[in-house]
Structures are given as structure tokens and as C-alpha cells.
Design a protein around this ligand. Structure first.
Ligand SMILES: [Fe+2]
Ligand SMILES: [Fe+2]
Length: 177
């Protein structure tokens, strides 16, 4: 059994991951309405990734015979002023989640719950990648304020955040989308 302190915090994190997913849907809808399909597609895809993170945590708790309590979540931010703002919000969110993920690993270690500590390792690596790719995207949209097509072309060329299949990823409850 994982440590109860870790179980509580991981259930909380499920809410943050779903919250991140909702935020990315809100970002995608903003870009879709601005007719910026590549930026929209990027965030629609990120929304699914965040949903999968939540479902990996659900699967871990079920496998470990721990109680799963799906939390309610706060509404995401929407109604952005320009094409930069959604990415600023996204980068802040990824940095916040990195802190939460590291705190989860720390709780597991503190309670000598080494299975849970190991479970968190994939998420630690994932957060480093997501903060890096969102920082890159922020630089790109900042340069594209007056010409959003520059950002669209960048995304068409570079396909950031699309690392392909990751065989080391934990299993998601119900199967990854
Ligand atoms: Fe996540
Ligand atoms: Fe993320």
C-alpha cells in the first residue's frame, strides 16, 4: 500500500491534472476562434496529454489498492487579450505543476514509500520537457504578436510537444487517448 499521505496528495494532483487539461481546452478554443489552427491543435493535444496524466495517477492508485477520489476543479482562465497570454498562463501552470510533482516525490521519500517515489520519476522527466517546450513556445508567440502566422508556421515545422510514443509512460486507466 502506498503511504496515506502520498495517496491524499496524489488524489489532489489528479484534480490539478484535470485542471491543466481544462485550461488547455480554453487556450485551444481561444486560438480556434482566432483562426489560428496550429496553435489550437497544439493545445487540444496538450489537453489530452494532461487528461492522460490524471488517468495514469488513477491507474496507479487502483493498482495499489488505494482509494481514488476524483476531485472537483476550478474553472480555467479564458477571455485572453492577445495571442501571448494563453502561453504565459500555460507556462505558469507547467512550472506550478513541476513544484507539485516534486513535492509528491518528496512526500513518498519522506515516508519511505519507494514505489510511489519511483512512480513519480516519469512525471519529473515529463515536467522538464513540458516547461522547456512551453518556454520555447512563449518566445515564439512573443515574436509573433504582430504576425501570428509566424507562430503558425513554426508549429507546422517543429511540431513541439509531439515526442511520439513513450514506452516508459505509466498506464492510463481506461487506456491513453
Ligand atoms: Fe501534467
Ligand atoms: Fe503539463
Amino acid at each position: 500500500m502506498p503511504d496515506p499521505a502520498f495517496v491524499d496528495k496524489l488524489n489532489e494532483q489528479i484534480g490539478y491534472e484535470f485542471g491543466a487539461s481544462q485550461q488547455y481546452v480554453a487556450n485551444a478554443v481561444y486560438y480556434d476562434n482566432e483562426t489560428l489552427p496550429r496553435l489550437a491543435a497544439f493545445f487540444y493535444a496538450q489537453a489530452i496529454e494532461e487528461r492522460n496524466h490524471a488517468m495514469m495517477m488513477v491507474q496507479y492508485l487502483m493498482d495499489a489498492d488505494a482509494e481514488v477520489v476524483i476531485p472537483g476543479i476550478e474553472a480555467p482562465r479564458s477571455g485572453f487579450g492577445d495571442i501571448v497570454e494563453p502561453v504565459v498562463v500555460a507556462l505558469e501552470q507547467e512550472k506550478r505543476v513541476s513544484g507539485q510533482i516534486n513535492a509528491l516525490a518528496a512526500v513518498a521519500r519522506e515516508h519511505s514509500d519507494y514505489s510511489s517515489e519511483q512512480f513519480m520519476q516519469w512525471f519529473i522527466k515529463e515536467q522538464i520537457e513540458e516547461v522547456a517546450s512551453m518556454s520555447d513556445l512563449l518566445r515564439v508567440v512573443e515574436r509573433s504578436r504582430d504576425n501570428p502566422m509566424f507562430a503558425e508556421d513554426f508549429l507546422a515545422r517543429e511540431q513541439p510537444g509531439d515526442a511520439g510514443e513513450d514506452a516508459t509512460a505509466p498506464t492510463a486507466a481506461g487506456g491513453a487517448l
